[in-house]
Structure formats: structure tokens, C-alpha cells
Ligand binder design. Structure first.
Ligand code: GKR
Ligand code: MG
Length: 426
């Protein structure tokens, strides 16, 4: 019952031309699927953002993982921490570029999936059991160019209706954003809405929030996330305009000090997945009071159990807890749902990019949302099976697309030559 083999599969999944503070999404989002196979032939899976360096780091921990008991999770993760020799830096872009946390997360989730399959128990029971049967997610809106991603990048198909049509439509102004919100909420039943900002001048993005408020009414919580490229002055000015309108204001500025300054000036809950992103950041968060809400993310807090530790911190120090997302497929969504089921103080609907993706590695196709929620599986492990044919197809797609890591600046330059990322733009 030991781990016989670790496999790392890089995959590319079609992703539409979504805009953010860092530039533009490439036609494919990259993910790494990790499989651990026991010597009695049982497999457990994990999924993390794809980057050639993370892939190499995962390959490098093979000697630590192979031969170990999947139930010696603490020992495996400790030895991985000691074994990994990577330079880790979150970076200044909207996404998190660290490798060690992604490696630990991929291995931890795959180990828990494997344990669950060996024991015939769902992962949520290995984490202490569920406190809810459904985990709620929110609509995640993006300014975007026309196109649905995949093979042809900016390709469009005719004859589409509903969300399929809205998913490929351009959304570059408040009307486009409201139309996108309507289509996504109608399709998935989401009750809260987040707008990814940082793409256009702040007043235009605030206007889109007001347009949504007018369209959906005060009963629909709204969030805005410019990914830290605004100045403190801009964030306070726009924040005053959005007081009483936003459910929370996510990372308008960069760093705990600036977030604390904006928080002091406004009467809006401040949220982050950029300034408080690791256990080492927690003392600063407490000392400065940099946020009201932390968006957990098991991919960069090092797994499901560390995310439960983060939830304990939030409970003790009066932080609300939400969940962050990058482009992902069903293994991540299943892990987010198993985790979310176990956290009593998960006080907000979680982010997910899932509606933007079409490709899927889990058998049976994309996981279903009912009224904005994903049902918590009680099947063994994460409760999803991997479709080997689809996995192979998405690996081939990875090989063919030529991308090795995410670089939204380079993608943006293909549309706007000379475009440069600015850590503070407005
Ligand atoms: O995918 O464009 C994107 C997002 O901006 C993503 O990179 C962020 O990590 O979703 C994210 C966020 O909430 O900051
Ligand atoms: Mg964010």
C-alpha cells in the first residue's frame, strides 16, 4: 500500500481572451495534473497551475514521494519542504508564481484523494467531515475581447445562444458586463458577482459596478478586484463612490500597508488574495489590519489542511473567509468543494473561473452547478474520476500550443504592441 509512482501531466485547456491588470489571457490556460499510483494500482489526483518550473519541481520530489506510505502525509510534506530547492516569489502579477506551495498542494491533494480511495471515504471525512452539503460559488466576470479561446484563439462560432454566446462575446463596457453577468447567472444560478477590474480606467469599472447594481438590485452582492494596480488615492476615491454598493473591495492596492490605509479610510470590507497569501504574512495582517476578508486558495496555501489552518486564523482574528480561483478544471473544483464543505466559517460564495473553461479531464464532462452551488460528493476521495482519453487529448493540446507558463503581458502585446505591465497604473 505504498506509493509506487508519481506522474505529472501538463495540460492546456481552452481559455477566452480575458483582460486583467497583467494583460490578456492566452488561448490556453495551463494546468498540471499530478497522479500518485499505489502499488495495489489505486490512483489519487491533484491539480495546480501549470508552469514549467512547477513541473520540474514536482518531478524533483519524486524520490521523496515514491516508496512512501500515502498515510504518512506530514512526513512526506516535511521532506518535500527540505528537499525542494526553488526560488519562491509570489511576483507582482495577478496570479501567484510560487512553486513550493503549488508542489505541496498538488501532492497533498493527490495523497488525500488516494487515501480516500483506499479507505472508501470522501476527502471531506479525512478533513473532519462536512458541515454543509453544497458549496456556493459566485459569478466571475471579465472584460474580454471577442472569442472563446482554444485552437483558434479569438475564434467565434455562430448560432450560439445563452451563456455559450455570452462566453465568446466581447465585453468592454458596462452594458457588455451586465449582459455577461445575466447570461452567467442564468446558466449557473450564481447569487453573487465579482468583476475582475484593473483592465480599464477605474471610473469605467466603477460605472460597470453601478450598472450591475441597477440591473440586479441591492440583493445581489457585488465585488470588484483590480489586482492591486491602483494608487491609494484612486482606491479611496473609487471606494467612497462604491460604499454601500460593494460586498467587498478586493486588492485595489498593493501590499499590506497600502491595503490598511485604504481600509482605514473606507466603510467597505477589504478582501485579499494578494497581500496576505502565506502564513508568514499573518503577523503583518494582524499588526496592520490589512484586510477584513481573506480569499483562501488551497493551491497557494499548500493544500487543503493548511487552508483549514487559515480558516482557524480567520475565526480567531475576525477575518471573513472567501475562496480565490484561477482558470482550472474539475480536479481543482472537486478539491475546492471538498474543502469548502468542511469550513464552518466560509462566509462568502467562492470564486471560480470554471464557467470560462470548456475542456475537462473528469469523466462525464464538466461538474454541474445547481443554483450557484456544487453538491459535495460523498464518493471516495475527491469524488471525480479522470477520463484518460481527455487527459491525453489535453496533454497533446499542451504540446501543440507551445506555451510553457502564463504570461499575460506577452499575450497583450500581440494585440497592443508595446503594452507594458505596470505594478501601479491608475
Ligand atoms: O485569471 O486574470 C485572471 C485573474 O486575474 C487571476 O490571475 C487572479 O489570480 O482571479 C485572480 C484574483 O482574484 O486575483
Ligand atoms: Mg483577487
Amino acid at each position: 500500500m505504498n506509493i509506487q509512482a508519481l506522474y505529472v501531466y501538463p495540460i492546456a485547456v481552452g481559455d477566452p481572451p480575458l483582460l486583467n491588470a497583467g494583460g490578456l489571457h492566452a488561448p490556453y490556460a495551463l494546468r498540471l495534473i499530478v497522479e500518485l499510483v499505489s502499488d495495489d494500482g489505486i490512483s489519487g489526483f491533484g491539480e495546480v497551475p501549470g508552469h514549467f518550473k512547477t513541473r520540474a519541481a514536482l518531478e524533483a520530489v519524486r524520490p521523496v514521494v515514491e516508496g512512501a506510505s500515502p498515510f504518512h502525509l506530514n512526513d512526506i510534506l516535511n521532506r518535500i519542504a527540505a528537499h525542494l530547492d526553488v526560488e519562491d516569489n509570489r511576483g507582482d502579477r495577478p496570479w501567484d508564481s510560487r512553486q513550493a506551495v503549488h508542489v505541496r498542494s498538488a501532492i497533498e491533494v493527490a495523497l488525500l484523494d488516494l487515501q480516500g480511495r483506499m479507505l472508501g471515504r470522501p476527502v471531506h471525512e479525512l478533513l473532519g467531515g462536512k458541515v454543509r452539503d453544497r458549496v456556493e460559488f459566485s459569478a466571475y466576470l471579465f472584460y474580454k475581447y471577442e472569442g472563446a479561446g482554444g485552437e483558434l484563439g479569438f475564434h467565434t462560432k455562430s448560432g450560439l445562444t445563452g451563456w455559450a454566446q455570452a462566453r465568446q462575446a466581447a465585453a468592454l463596457d458596462p452594458d457588455g458586463i451586465v449582459a455577461q453577468a445575466r447570461a452567467m447567472c442564468d446558466e449557473y444560478g450564481f447569487k453573487s458577482i465579482k468583476l475582475k477590474g484593473g483592465a480599464f480606467p477605474p471610473d469605467e469599472e466603477a460605472a460597470a459596478i453601478h450598472a450591475m447594481r441597477a440591473a440586479f438590485g441591492p440583493g445581489t452582492p457585488l465585488r470588484l478586484d483590480p489586482n492591486a494596480i491602483w494608487t491609494v488615492e484612486t482606491a479611496i476615491r473609487i471606494g467612497r463612490d462604491l460604499e454601500g454598493v460593494l460586498e467587498y473591495y478586493e486588492d485595489p492596492v498593493r501590499g499590506q500597508e497600502a491595503m490598511a490605509e485604504v481600509r482605514q479610510a473606507l466603510d467597505i470590507p477589504m478582501a485579499t488574495n494578494m497581500c496576505t497569501t502565506s502564513f508568514g504574512d499573518l503577523p503583518g495582517s494582524v499588526a496592520l489590519g490589512s484586510e477584513d476578508v481573506i480569499l483562501s486558495d488551497h493551491h497557494f496555501w499548500g493544500g487543503l489542511r493548511p487552508s483549514q489552518d487559515l480558516a482557524a486564523f480567520c475565526r480567531v482574528f475576525g477575518r471573513g473567509l472567501s475562496m480565490h480561483s484561477n482558470s482550472h478544471v474539475g480536479i481543482s473544483l472537486a478539491a475546492m468543494t471538498q474543502l469548502g464543505a468542511t469550513i464552518p466559517n466560509l462566509t462568502y460564495a467562492c470564486d471560480t473561473h470554471y464557467p470560462w473553461q470548456e475542456d475537462e479531464v473528469v469523466a462525464g464532462g464538466q461538474i454541474h452547478f445547481d443554483d450557484g452551488c456544487v453538491e459535495v460528493s460523498d464518493e471516495p476521495g475527491l469524488g471525480v474520476e479522470v477520463d484518460r482519453d481527455e487527459l491525453a487529448r489535453l496533454q497533446a493540446q499542451y504540446e501543440a500550443c507551445g506555451l510553457t507558463h502564463r504570461d499575460d503581458e506577452v499575450e497583450m502585446q500581440k494585440v497592443e504592441p508595446g503594452w507594458k505591465f505596470a505594478a501601479t497604473r491608475y
